[in-house]
Design a binder for this molecule. Structure first.
Ligand SMILES: *[C@@H]1O[C@H](CO)[C@@H](O)[C@H](O)[C@H]1NC(C)=O
Ligand SMILES: *[C@@H]1O[C@H](CO)[C@@H](O)[C@H](O)[C@H]1NC(C)=O
Ligand SMILES: *[C@@H]1O[C@H](CO)[C@@H](O)[C@H](O)[C@H]1NC(C)=O
Ligand SMILES: *[C@@H]1O[C@H](CO)[C@@H](O)[C@H](O)[C@H]1NC(C)=O
Length: 544
């Protein structure tokens, strides 16, 4: 044997040791009980369940499927014995009857009866028919149970009045057995013996209950076993070697060798069940065992690769993951690695965060399960959908600095953090006329009587100042008033007014421009005029 394969086998065996072993599972109201050789090996409480009416085993994916009835709702869930995970598959309003669910690994679909109707729901990720409740057939008589023949591709039902079958799409419906009996319950299909079995009570006035069987065409009928002291035997299930059922009167699980060589033995005592239309036993009948020695069952054989060396892992993985890659875990179980945007055990859950935050933003769910984005530098908004440069620079080009703050490169003649200021705007004082020089800097042409780079000097005042006689007030008011190279002048009320350099702002040019820039950034959607007012008032209250 190949080394890797030996290793895989060892890993597989080690993995199996950790999970509890079982040959039948018995469903109860709110629990699943696992038995091996008549010994309870595990009880799984299902807190969400109300009344588990039906259990069945998916021998391809090693999971139990069970139908819970909580009037008026039917829900079908899967239970994985190795991970003990429960997954809700179907929830529907019922017709008011106990549901019965079966699974077909070939079509990968659930089939269930509810009242007089049989429905199907595909669990195949590749199936185009994802309808939750696909009506397959509405029957004339109340079916007490349904079963699937995966090899032949039929669904069968038993009613007191008939046994019938149809293709798994509901077509080719036919009645195979027409006799009406007092009770006809609990149908099970055995591929290995190519027979179906059911429980029958022919007349009302005796206690004659029996397990009946025919082949899949309703032929070769025989009474397989006469149930003595039986009353309401139900939940027929079949495994490689045994047939199991539940007996209301004798309160227990019974077991009979399938080869009919012995009498039935009581495997386990349990309190009586209140639901004879229920099917609460699932047997661990492996697919390999089901098709062992069968000449033609391409459907089930097709689940396994012809290359027996690769074991059954291919079939385990086949169509298991909805949106992802399947691999087999150390425990021999299918495991999905989901595509971006999907999560869940079978990658069937859409990831709420997928593609939510734009431009590289990181998405997470907050305590209220709402999506929240952490944006990369340069982006903002609920989904990082707003580029911070958008409409930021009023007259110029915008770029995002390393600090994540937008920076403007203003077009000629404009200045200010958002290029909101015309360089000439209020540049020349005393009615001086402003224009841009060759270096694109504002230059003033002063009116008569004024001088200075910004026409801030009155020729008269200038002289007076030099003389030091008159204009004393002007000098003292302006003296060291404007900081950081701001130019001082007096307004009409003889108060000092500063014209600051580009790096400073404020009444006395005392506020570095970058502080204002931060402010502008925070209020970047505020129009420039309102903004400068806001800056002034904020500055007055915060920066002194
Ligand atoms: C179950 O019982 C059979 C027959 O008595 C025995 O051979 C087998 O080892 C038992 N299995 C377990 C897991 O106890
Ligand atoms: C019938 O089945 C039982 C249980 O598997 C087995 O012990 C017995 O040997 C079988 N008998 C025959 C005749 O095959
Ligand atoms: C396996 O073999 C059967 C018959 O030998 C063939 O019909 C089938 O297509 C094969 N399956 C695969 C997966 O190769
Ligand atoms: C703005 O960008 C355009 C296109 O790249 C360029 O032609 C123009 O000179 C830029 N203007 C400034 C002020 O940087």
């Amino acid at each position: 044997m190949h080394c890797a394969r030996v290793l895989a086998l060892i890993v597989l065996l080690v993995g199996l040791v950790h999970s509890f072993s079982w040959d039948i599972i018995v469903g109860g109201h709110k629990q699943l009980q696992f038995y091996q050789n008549g010994t309870l090996t595990h009880t799984e409480l299902i807190p969400s369940a109300h009344f588990i009416a039906s259990v069945t085993y998916d021998a391809v994916h090693y999971r139990l499927l069970f139908a819970d009835y909580n009037s008026p709702t039917i829900s079908i869930s899967s239970f994985d014995p190795s991970t003990r995970k429960i997954q809700l598959l179907v929830t529907r309003t019922s017709n008011g009857y106990y549901p019965r669910v079966v699974y077909d690994p070939v079509t990968q679909a659930l089939y269930w009866k509810d009242g007089y109707s049989i429905y199907s729901s595909s669990l195949n990720p590749a199936s185009s028919n994802k309808v939750d409740r696909n009506l397959l057939a509405k029957l004339d008589h109340y079916p007490r149970d349904v079963a699937v023949d995966s090899c032949g591709g039929y669904i069968y039902w038993v009613a007191d009045e008939e046994i019938g079958r149809a293709r798994l799409d509901g077509s080719e419906r036919e009645v195979l057995i027409t006799s009406t009996v007092y009770y006809r319950l609990s149908l099970t299909i055995d591929q290995q013996t190519e027979a179906m079995y059911w429980i029958e009570k022919t007349h009302s006035n005796d206690d004659h209950w029996s397990i009946e069987s025919t082949n899949f065409n309703g032929k070769k009928r025989k009474t397989f076993y006469i149930l003595r002291n039986a009353r309401y035997a139900f939940s027929l299930a079949v495994s490689k070697d045994f047939i199991y059922w539940q007996n209301y009167e004798e309160e227990g699980i019974w077991q009979l060798p399938k080869n009919g060589t012995a009498i039935a033995t009581k495997l386990h005592s349990m309190s009586s069940s209140d639901c004879t239309d229920c099917q609460r036993i699932a047997a661990n009948f492996k697919i390999e065992e089901q098709i062992q020695g069968i000449k033609s069952c391409n459907a089930l054989q097709g689940l396994f690769p012809n290359d027996s060396k690769s074991e059954s892992t291919v079939s385990i993985c086949q169509n298991y993951c909805f949106q992802g890659e399947c691999s087999v875990s150390a425990e021999g179980r299918p495991t999905c690695s989901c595509k971006a945007g999907f999560s869940g055990e079978r990658c069937d859950l859409v990831n709420a965060c997928h593609d939510y935050c734009l431009h590289g933003g990181v998405c997470s769910l907050n305590e209220e399960n709402k999506r929240v984005c952490q944006c990369t530098a340069g982006y903002d908004g609920e989904r990082c959908d707003v580029f911070i440069c958008n409409e930021y620079c009023l007259q110029g080009n915008c770029s995002v600095g390393a600090d994540g703050i937008p920076k403007c490169s203003c077009t000629t003649g404009y200045s200010g953090v958002r290029c909101e200021e015309n360089a000439c705007h209020k540049y020349c004082l005393n009615d001086g006329v402003c224009s841009l020089n060759e270096e694109d800097e504002p230059a003033c042409q002063c009116t008569a009587g004024y001088d200075g780079g910004r026409c801030e000097i009155s020729s008269d005042q200038d002289n007076s100042c030099d003389a030091g006689n008159s204009g004393q007030g002007t000098i003292s008011a302006c003296h060291q008033f404007c900081l950081n190279n701001g130019v001082c002048s007096l307004n009409e009320a003889s108060e000092p007014v500063c014209q600051c350099t580009a790096d400073y702002e404020g009444e006395r040019c005392d506020v570095p421009a970058f502080v204002v820039k931060w402010f502008l950034y925070a209020y970047r959607n505020v129009p420039p005029v309102a903004l400068s007012e806001a800056v002034k008032s904020t500055r007055a209250s915060t920066v002194v």
